[in-house]
Design a protein around this ligand. Sequence first.
Ligand code: ADP
Length: 202
Amino acid sequence: LKSPYHGGHLEVIVGPMFSGKSEELIRRVTRAVIARQRVFVFKPALDDRYHESAVASHAGRTVHAVAVRGAADIRAHLSGEGTLLHAQGDTLPDVVGIDEVQFLDEAIIPLALDLADAGVRVILAGLDQDFRAEPFGFMPELLARAESVEKLTAICTVCGAPATRSQRLIGGQPARFDDPVVLVGAEESYEARCRVHHVLRN
Ligand code: ADP
């Protein structure tokens, strides 16, 4: 007799900034919570601490989350070590969601696969491309390994077409290809743009 399918799998939500990745993650997670599934949501910590936090969309919806420094923090949290939020049973949660996954480390990949193999529904949201429109870090491998991929678009702030890219502006001007990813003291912003209106300064 074959054992029944345990339901574990990997879902990835990608797109540029403002495309509604966080909103979509919050929507999927909220449904699971309403259905009384055990859900854990994680996001990258901006500082050096592992702490309680929330995932928020640009439109203001939020869901409870734990801010982590990397995959190791998530593994520790799920195994009950130093857990911040809930008393742990022996069982894994039904659903694990992670927002802004591109800012975590590559060890997210084996972690996501281990969880899916163990029967967990893993939902990862993040940028597929950086401000240069290059594939973002390890995201291509996640896309390749996922059972389902949803690629969202925003609205181009120049022409209104579907926006697939994140335009980086420094002091109101398009960023250069080799501008450092972190610019100290510069006034920086991002806009959703289509293929035609995404520009890199020479
Ligand atoms: P992401 O996680 O992909 O950055 P969010 O879920 O945080 O996106 O935010 C999506 C929300 O951003 C939209 O529902 C809308 O309120 C807002 N928004 C701001 N600028 C744009 C834009 N250019 N196109 C679409 N939505 C935008």
